[in-house]
Ligand binder design. Structure first.
Ligand SMILES: [Zn+2]
Length: 221
């Protein structure tokens, strides 16, 4: 049986969202023109469309374990992440790439704590070995906040790896593509943005210069 929760969700979609946004879906059927590529983690709790409050057609999203961008290389067999990056940049010509890490990332923990693998399968161990270059950026591995540091470092590493793709480097140098890093706190709702100068992560700032923090958005009597 098809998952009942999804059947119920689709019923709601048919009765509410689809009729209300029919024109938008008709337009989207002709073409897609997202301006931003988000590279996030598969983790079910970190849905870019929910965090950024956008609908279909607004973000081109790649999700893999631990939001990893491999370095550019054409050898080996299959490169799902690189293929999607190539399509977003070369064909859709996005203006922004956002690497989105998150708190409590199981993929990062799988690397940091090798004693407790995420699964007993054939693939995750090899995939998360791509976290290795981020370790140097994360600093002291005995620090209490080491996992968070490594999550931040992996965002930075993926950003660095994006620049190994010649078609990305060319666009960044030409000023037609910008690469950003972000980290989402699942429990707190905090979105931190990587400062390109310092590499530190700090609350996102809006167009008026206001830092957006979850607590600031809560209204109390
Ligand atoms: Zn994750």
């Amino acid at each position: 049986m098809f998952p009942p929760a999804l059947t119920d969700g689709y019923r709601a979609f048919l009765s509410d969202r689809f009729p209300n946004e029919r024109r938008r879906f008709a337009q989207l059927a002709k073409t897609q023109a997202p301006d931003t590529l988000v590279i996030g983690c598969c983790d079910s709790r970190v849905a870019p469309e929910a965090i950024f409050d956008v609908g279909p057609g607004e973000l081109f999203v790649i999700r893999n374990v631990a939001n990893i961008v491999p370095v550019y290389e054409t050898g080996g067999d299959y490169h799902g992440t690189s293929a999607a990056i190539e399509f977003a940049v070369q064909s859709l010509e996005v203006s922004h790439i956002v690497v989105l890490g998150h708190a409590g990332c199981g993929g990062i923990r799988a690397y940091a704590d090798k004693a407790k693998p995420l699964s007993a399968g054939d693939f995750i161990g090899k995939w998360v070995s791509l976290v290795a270059p981020a370790v140097e950026k994360a600093g002291d591995s005995t620090a209490e906040d080491y996992t968070t540091r490594l999550e931040h470092a992996m965002v930075s590493q993926s950003m660095e790896n994006l620049l190994t793709f010649p078609f990305i480097r060319d666009r960044v140098d030409a000023g037609t593509l910008a690469i950003h890093g972000a980290h989402f706190g699942v429990a707190t709702g905090a979105l931190l943005i990587r400062n390109p100068e310092t590499g530190d992560f700090a609350p996102i700032v809006d167009r008026a210069g206001q830092a957006l923090r979850p607590s600031a958005l809560v209204t109390c009597d």
